[in-house]
Design a protein around this ligand. Structure first.
Ligand code: HEC
Length: 175
């Protein structure tokens, strides 16, 4: 019995090491065209770079419940991780709460961030339709878009975020 525990731990360690080695590209390994395509993009505030696809908040509620709810709580009110909704008008208070609705200046950044980074444990698994839908849902729970408004590459850049005008340029604007 006394030797069992260390053995089990060693095996678990070896197993996790080999699983990780399969998932992560090793340093110096050539990246495939598919692997590169998944991360080689930029979405600008004006919407340049947004992919094809579309979704509504109604569709996004399902995506949210499946992939986001566990960490961000009911309707984005925050669970074990950041609140994604609420905090409107709190930035000048003693307890400012920065959320998508109270703080973020561009709706396009919501799409870009979620596509790059969420769900935390497996970014990149959502389709473009699911990404548009969950973005629409995040905007909906912040009272920024309607539940059935279609969000796509054309409509998303036109969504005006509540805190947009409170950002100032601290360097001269280019043409
Ligand atoms: C396993 C937990 C987990 C899951 C699941 C998850 N998130 Fe997150 N999320 C986090 C953590 C942790 C952060 C903070 C990351 C940081 O600050 O670097 C975060 C940050 C965010 C932010 C930025 C919040 C802000 O204002 O700074 C957004 C937006 C977001 N998540 C959206 C989503 C969406 C949409 C999903 C589902 C598709 C999702 N998350 C699933 C853990 C999670």
């Amino acid at each position: 019995m006394s030797t069992f525990k260390p053995c089990a731990i060693v095996w678990l360690y070896l197993l996790s090491g080999s699983l990780l080695a399969e998932e992560l590209p090793a340093l110096g390994e050539t990246v495939t065209a598919d692997e590169l395509a998944a991360i080689d993009y930029a979405i600008l505030p004006n919407g340049d770079g947004l992919p094809d696809g579309a979704g509504t908040a109604a569709d996004g509620a399902v995506v949210y419940r499946t992939y986001c709810f566990a960490c961000h709580g009911e309707a984005g009110t925050g669970g074990s991780n950041d609140a994604l909704a609420g905090g409107h008008g709190s930035l000048n208070s003693d307890r400012p709460q920065k959320t998508i609705g109270s703080f973020w200046p561009y709706a396009t950044t919501v799409f870009d961030y979620v596509r790059r980074a969420m769900p935390l444990q497996s970014p990149g698994i959502l389709s473009n339709d699911e990404l548009y839908a969950v973005t629409a849902y995040l905007l909906f729970i912040n009272d920024i878009v309607d539940e059935n408004q279609e969000i796509n590459a054309k409509t998303l850049p036109g969504v005006k975020m509540p805190n947009r005008d409170n950002f100032v340029w601290d360097y001269p604007k280019g043409d």
